[in-house]
Write a protein that binds this ligand. Structure first.
Ligand code: MG
Ligand code: ZN
Length: 354
């Protein structure tokens, strides 16, 4: 008797939760920000003593993502981003293919089919593992020339980052820029970003990766991200924009706290810009997470009060869970603890991609 009454209450709560979720506004615009190698110690350390606004403190929903790949407890960025982009655990170094090397449609490909526009802005080259996973299907992330050819399949409307070496200035001599222009893209190579009105373009800011923050990159990632968002917003159906703080990971690999922190603080300002936007745009969802942690960073006692001494325990990635931050329409879906592949599932559900 008591138990059945309890069950009844549980059922009512569950039903009302479902009802609540069904009532939530669905996002039309999703901005998915990936801090490569950005674990909690990176966020804590980089934001310590930062005088600007801490974007991470502005989120209303926080979750935890388990980052392991199909063949290793510790993922690389190929398998990590592929988990987000196709929703399947795969082997390290894979791009847009499952553990048996079968290609599966990416979020960008699914989004395009449903009438959304897609874009990416990164501080690596646009063919590097993280961005590549959203539009290419290859078994090894280092196949940069092959990855670049996938830009022709049309699943990316806008790409901003480095990479003239793989588009306009290729080792194999193929003129991918000309092919892209033929299929309706503008292709721009410049070290600065100038305002552009095109709906589809590849904007290449460097031969390979962009300069480090410590070498004077300034707010180029924020500029690139806002430029992409502005162009994508001409599609009233909505868009999916992926932004990567690519070099947070590289600071970790180098065990350079200052490199990592400068990249993360830059990424923080990009997040702030989109949170400002999402506070006004009730059909926007901002998601921030990492593909994995890099460097096994700990923040040890600094000796004097209120300071810390950063210490890396490896030059590689680690298997610790990473945080997921969500704000805006559909943010509730991102609370809890789940596999990295669930982020794909949640975006698919929210944008009704399947
Ligand atoms: Mg990356
Ligand atoms: Zn890495």
């Amino acid at each position: 008797m008591k138990l059945s009454r309890l069950m009844g209450i549980v059922a009512m709560v569950l039903l009302s939760t479902q009802h609540l979720l069904a009532q939530q506004p669905k996002p039309k615009r999703i901005v998915f920000l990936i801090g490569d190698g950005m674990g909690l110690a990176q966020i804590s350390g980089a934001m310590y003593g930062y005088t600007g606004q801490n974007a991470f403190a502005r989120f209303t929903v926080i979750g935890l993502s388990n980052t392991s790949s199909s063949d290793h407890y510790i993922t690389d960025s190929g398998a990590g981003a592929t988990a987000f982009s196709i929703g399947k655990k795969t082997f390290n170094r894979a791009i847009g293919v499952a553990h048996d090397s079968t290609p599966y449609p990416t979020l960008f490909e699914l989004a395009k089919k449903k009438g959304y526009s897609t874009g990416l802005a990164v501080t690596s080259s646009i063919v590097h593992a993280t961005p590549a996973s959203f539009y290419a299907h290859v078994i090894n992330r280092k196949m940069y020339d092959s990855i670049a050819m996938f830009l022709l399949n049309g699943s990316v409307d806008i790409a901003i980052g480095g990479g003239t070496d793989f588009v306009t200035n290729r080792k194999d001599g193929r003129n991918l820029a000309a092919m892209l222009k033929q299929s309706g893209f503008e292709v721009i190579s410049d070290s600065v970003l100038v305002n552009i009105a095109a709906k589809r373009y590849i904007y290449l800011l460097a031969p390979d990766e962009l300069p480090k923050m410590e070498k004077g990159r300034g707010d180029l990632l924020k500029q690139a991200s806002l430029q992409a968002a502005k162009n994508l917003s001409s599609n009233k159906n909505g868009y999916l924009l992926m932004i990567e703080g690519s070099q947070i990971d590289w600071g970790g690999h180098e065990n350079s706290f200052s490199y990592m922190a400068a990249e993360l603080r830059d990424f923080n300002e990009v997040i702030n810009a989109f949170l400002d936007m999402a506070e006004k745009d009730k059909e926007m969802l901002v998601i921030v997470t990492a593909d994995h942690e890099t460097g096994g960073l700990t923040l040890n006692e600094g000796g004097t009060s209120q300071t810390f001494r950063p210490k890396f325990s490896t030059g590689d990635h680690t298997g610790i869970m990473v945080p997921v931050f969500a704000f805006g329409a559909g943010a509730e879906f991102f609370g809890g603890m789940y596999e990295n592949t669930e982020i794909f599932t949640k975006i698919v559900q929210l944008l009704q991609l399947k």
